[in-house]
Design a protein around this ligand. Structure first.
Ligand code: SAH
Ligand code: AVI
Length: 340
């Protein structure tokens, strides 16, 4: 077991050079750990208790998410990938971007589609992946350095919900936030996040946002209750990450995975429900929790959008929707917006 969440315990110098084309900044310090402990404590004391989604993504969590993207029930990743294949050249031409900045980059599988299009346009210079998980980010950077011999990579390990200060300045930038990850933010966090992007991006820069669309309860619940049980493992793994981060003793076997679609809020809610009475101590939070059978922790929301809902949010944050792309089944949407 690691001592803390791996994304947060790397107290390394702010920058280190490993190849002339690669740099990684780990924006972590004792004060970010204190802030994350305070945030986690507040969330676990709330009613119902909840855990911020960034705690899913230690190295095992990122691997489990990658396995989810291959599941037959989880249509999101392959649908978005096909959409990207169809629009990447147009997006590259429209944005004239030299720099691709990706929030919540993870395994960056679909990112290649855009990097290829930007290469074809002859403009591609730099990729800036930003993620909380240093393990997956380093692995992907190494792969991309080999695949794109002229590409510079400036990786940043940070919480994308904290203020995004001092991002590298490109000439024309394309900022991307794929996978429907915006759905994992509640309304307040989403507004702050989009406002934050609006502040760091320059007038004329482009923002490409992937959103999972509102659809039938049956289709959505199947995607979050897969028959192989990978989503359940992903959900339960968050308890291990919290244990490692805060010296806790959550017992994974004491909880079960539950995912339901809340139609009124057009969102999947993922919970961990106590199978039997549980007492949990989290030493670094000075916190003891008790759960009766059936008591649940909210571990994730995954809000589904339609064009109007996302356009209103983008508009509010100072973006003009330029293009909206969707697949034949209307499963997933890609919004291309431009900073006003
Ligand atoms: N963009 C990829 C991965 C999506 S999974 C795709 O479309 O498939 C969500 C990614 O966001 C993970 O890599 C996770 O580590 C990252 N992430 C989640 N919350 C984060 C946060 N608060 N700050 C930074 N990264 C975060
Ligand atoms: C990363 N995010 C968009 C995924 C989603 O669908 O909300 C995370 C996930 N949770 C369960 N399965 C996948």
């Amino acid at each position: 077991m690691t001592e803390k969440h791996p994304a947060l315990d790397l107290l390394k110098p702010a920058e280190e050079s490993e190849s002339p084309r690669f740099q990684i900044e780990v924006r972590s310090s004792a004060s970010t750990r204190e802030r994350d402990l305070e945030e986690l404590g507040n969330c676990l004391r709330a009613s119902p208790p909840w855990i911020p989604a960034k705690f899913f993504y230690d190295a095992r969590g990122s691997e489990l998410f990658e396995a989810i993207t291959e599941l037959p029930e989880y249509y999101q990743t392959r649908t978005e990938e096909l959409l990207l294949l169809g629009v990447a050249d147009q997006v590259a031409a429209r944005s004239e971007a030299t720099e691709l900045l990706e929030l919540g980059s993870g395994a960056a599988r679909k990112t290649r589609t855009l990097l290829d299009a930007m290469s074809r346009s002859g403009l591609l210079q730099r990729y800036v992946p930003i993620d909380v998980d240093p393990v997956v980010t380093r692995r992907v950077a190494a792969e991309l350095l080999a695949e794109y011999p002229a590409l510079e990579i400036h990786a940043i390990i940070t919480d994308i919900l904290a203020p995004l200060v001092a991002l590298p300045q490109g000439h024309h930038r394309l900022v991307i936030f794929l996978g429907g990850t915006i759905g994992n933010l509640n309304d307040d966090a989403c507004e702050r996040f989009l406002d934050g992007i609006g502040e760091v991006i320059n007038t004329g820069d482009h923002f490409l946002l992937g959103v999972d669309r509102i659809k039938s309860k049956a289709r959505l619940e199947a995607a979050y209750n897969d028959s192989a049980g990978i989503t359940a493992d992903f959900n339960l793994n968050i308890l291990e990450v919290v244990n490692a981060f805060a010296h806790g003793d959550f017992d994974q076997n004491g909880f079960e995975h539950v995912s339901i679609y809340n139609e009124a809020k057009h969102r999947i809610e993922m919970w961990l429900r106590a199978r039997s009475p549980q007492r949990v101590a989290l030493a670094d939070l000075d916190l003891e929790l008790s759960f009766e059978t059936g008591d649940s922790i909210l571990t994730e929301i995954s809000t589904k959008y339609d064009k109007g809902l996302i356009q209103a949010k983008l508009d509010h944050a100072g973006f003009e929707l330029e293009d909206w792309h969707t697949d034949e089944e209307s499963l997933f949407g890609l919004a291309l917006a431009r900073r006003r």
